[in-house]
Design a protein around this ligand. Structure first.
Ligand code: NAI
Length: 327
């Protein structure tokens, strides 16, 4: 039973892959690079392929199909980087490997706190021995209303954690959960824009919610609103976000994800001229904290993702029910 693993990180994933590969009786081909036309040959003879966030186009999926691949698992929760229509057409089953929600939820809470306390400015000043106070006064969560969009596994965990800070909590989702109602009030999006001092995003990116934070929604938000995104870059229109920050409408932002991050994140690109102007502008603002899609990155998440991605392959190969199948 052979599984080809792309984008396998030598410094943290390889050891865990070897451990679970042995436990599950799988023969692994470990490749440090993302799948591309030149290395698809490594998948020859593997029914299962294990990937990270690399864009899986029709061309790549067709190449995998030609080499006998029937199952593709992404070591992520989101799977919007995979052309699901093409996968279906080529008879490739797609699965994800969702780890526990706490790593991302903790990170979202951290970005909220960093944003309302001006942490970026404070750290920058301390680093250059500027110990002045002007311009870095913060706000307290107990005085604020936090709006949580998407109350699935991560959003609900964020709500539970934030409930300990004494802030008011409003929530929006397509489906309401009784458990969440103990801590937060479900509202419409229009009410959320009106009431929330902080908006934190925890919904997957879909055709319906692409750019849900844009010029129009920002105009309806409270002055000085803080926007935190640990979900997907495409939920926010970067141009509108930049305009909102420049106008002072948006008080701060914490962005673990941005539009068009493919090809940048998880690579050392410090010597390169990049073609993502929005990212450069956002990074330059003193009130915007940008991190490189790191929220998931904890010891627990990495172990769980590797284990479950391989367990899914094993179940598929044995023709058994697979809880991680998404398409
Ligand atoms: P989940 O599937 O448990 O929850 C998503 C929730 O969003 C569901 O309750 C769903 O009904 C809701 N939803 C769907 N469309 C919506 C819309 N248009 N408006 C409002 N709510 C909507 O997913 P989970 O595990 O909570 O993950 C949430 C998102 O977090 C993922 O889709 C992924 O994009 C992102 N993520 C980011 C990571 C990072 O490292 N920054 C790591 C893991 C996930």
């Amino acid at each position: 039973m052979k599984v080809t693993v792309y984008s396998c990180r030598e410094f943290d994933e390889e050891r865990i892959f070897r451990k679970y590969g042995e436990e599950l009786g799988l023969e692994l081909v470990l490749c440090p690079d993302a799948p591309e036309p030149g290395n698809l040959g490594l998948a020859e003879g593997s029914a299962c392929v294990d990937i990270l966030t690399s864009k899986m186009t029709r061309e790549l999926l067709g190449g995998l199909r030609d080499r006998g691949v029937r199952y593709l698992v992404t070591r992520t929760i989101g799977y919007d980087h995979i052309d699901l229509e093409a996968a279906k057409e080529f008879g490739i089953t797609v699965a994800n490997a969702p780890y526990g929600p706490h790593g991302v939820a903790d990170y979202a809470v951290m970005l909220i706190l960093m944003s309302i306390r001006n942490a970026k400015r404070i750290i920058e000043r301390t680093n250059i021995q500027d110990y002045s106070l002007k311009g870095i006064q913060g706000r307290e969560l107990k005085d604020l209303t936090v709006g949580v969009i998407g109350t699935g596994r991560i959003g609900e965990t964020v709500i539970r954690s934030l409930s300990g800070f004494g802030c008011r909590l409003v929530a929006y989702d397509l489906y309401e959960k009784e458990e969440v109602k103990k801590y937060a009030e479900y509202v419409t999006l229009a009410q959320m824009w009106k009431r929330a001092d902080v908006v934190t995003l925890h919904a997957p990116l879909t055709e319906e919610n692409y750019h849900m934070i844009g010029e129009e929604s920002i105009a309806r938000m409270k002055d000085g609103v803080v926007i935190v995104n640990t979900a997907r870059g495409g939920l926010i229109d970067s141009q509108a976000l930049i305009a909102g920050i420049e106008a002072g409408k948006i008080g701060a932002a914490g962005l673990d994800v941005v539009e068009n991050e493919f090809g940048l994140y998880y690579y050392d690109r410090k010597s390169d001229v990049l073609d993502n102007r929005e990212l450069a502008v956002l990074r330059g603002f003193p009130n915007v904290t940008v991190t490189h899609h790191m929220a998931f990155y904890t010891d627990d998440c990495v172990e769980t993702v590797v284990r479950d991605s391989l367990t899914g392959c094993k179940l598929f190969l044995e023709g058994k029910e697979n809880p991680w199948r998404v398409a």
